[in-house]
Design a protein around this ligand. Sequence first.
Ligand code: SAH
Ligand code: SF4
Ligand code: F3S
Length: 454
Amino acid sequence: MSAPLNKKVFIKTYGCQMNVYDSEKMADLLAPDGYGVTEDPQEADLVILNTCHIREKAAEKVYSELGRLRRLKERREAKREGMMIAVAGCVAQAEGEEIAERAPVVDLVVGPQTYHRLPELLKRVEKTGGAVVETEFPAEDKFNRLDKPAAAAPPARGVAAFLTIQEGCDKFCTFCVVPYTRGAEFSRPVERIEAEARALAQSGVREITLLGQNVNAYHGEGPNGEPVSLSGLLTHLSAIEGLERLRYTTSHPRDMDDELIEAHGSNPKIMPYLHLPVQSGSDRILAAMNRRHTRDDYFKIIERIRRARADIALSSDFIVGFPGESDQDFEDTMALVRDVTFAQAFSFKYSARPGTPAAELDGQVPEEVKSQRLARLQDVLKAQQLAFNRDCAGRTMDILLEKPGRHEGQLAGRSPYLQPVHVPAGTAQIGEIVHAKVESVGANSLSAHIVGIQ
Ligand code: SAH
Ligand code: SF4
Ligand code: F3S
């Protein structure tokens, strides 16, 4: 039996989906100690900032939030109410002690590989009264701890869920902090993932997105001790009753193997959407980024995947203004975008990250050049997204109805291509996959009406 919910935790999540997953796990871990989740920091006994270090702006947000929390904590203390503040995630890992020094309001700094020890670390804070910093990469397996019943049987949070299957990265792209904040690549065993997926399906989840910083490099231990690839894992998970849709993110072009590509053609539970970051269309820049593939390799992968699954929607990440990027290099990126055409994309100005090799390179690109390039790139990407959405008008597609929509009598769902879709329907239909005809499209979402049920 769990303790009564007499304390409240507010968790603010920054960064990628893996942080979203970690935040949910933290909430699950704290539940047996009597913590219930609140959306209001004002009433929280514990505030956790689950942070991201990927770009400078992401990291700086943490300190401005800590400034606001300091004032809140002072008001609470004036009323003789306690409030603990923890910084978790990738800034915690990268900056450790520095955070507690720069922001003395922080009681606990806990890295992404140690948050499974949150309950005992909080007790240590209560006992010592000083700041506790825990950012080791311990030998014990975090996931082993997370698989204990309380955390492994999470409360239902909706009909679409994330599931981390692989963590860390050995690729060392020269611009990226992830290998330093998340450590070496690690794949969870198939049986553990299956158990978690089954528990999610039993609690009403219809769609799972498998997560990893390098998800298609997955090579977890299979039931008979043999390593299993991502395509193998997808086959295992496809057998789970009630689970209708599978997605995975983020993939690296180097790890798009033939079997995985074939799986997109043969396994109907794998959704026809692939996020495959390319970062740049210039061979010179790709080499300097240590991406270890060429633009032509990328075109070939796209060709193969479209042959396996003609209607696949593609998405990508781009960085503009990597050190040494010339006008011509940037034009190569623009040309790649025009050649491939993306349904969605994320694009960023290069941000020099302390400790990464690219931060030391000559030829850092001026801020205004980065801004101009980003604006031009985003114009094309936005136009492509709108064109993709427009192509959907009049089509009938399967929509997973996920949650109440913005308006009464409307639900928000997702198409197979991950587009948000507004559908007139009642809340009793949440969790259904319906056939719906798209009647209008916008830049970021579609509207459809139900014509049948799957
Ligand atoms: N593992 C994924 C990416 C993870 S980070 C991959 O290999 O593609 C998510 C995205 O953030 C990256 O794809 C990249 O586009 C962007 N990014 C990472 N480091 C960055 C930096 N230093 N400056 C700007 N963008 C960055
Ligand atoms: Fe970062 Fe590259 Fe690893 Fe992606 S593959 S997480 S960009 S180092
Ligand atoms: Fe950010 Fe860490 Fe994810 S740096 S993008 S939260 S892995």
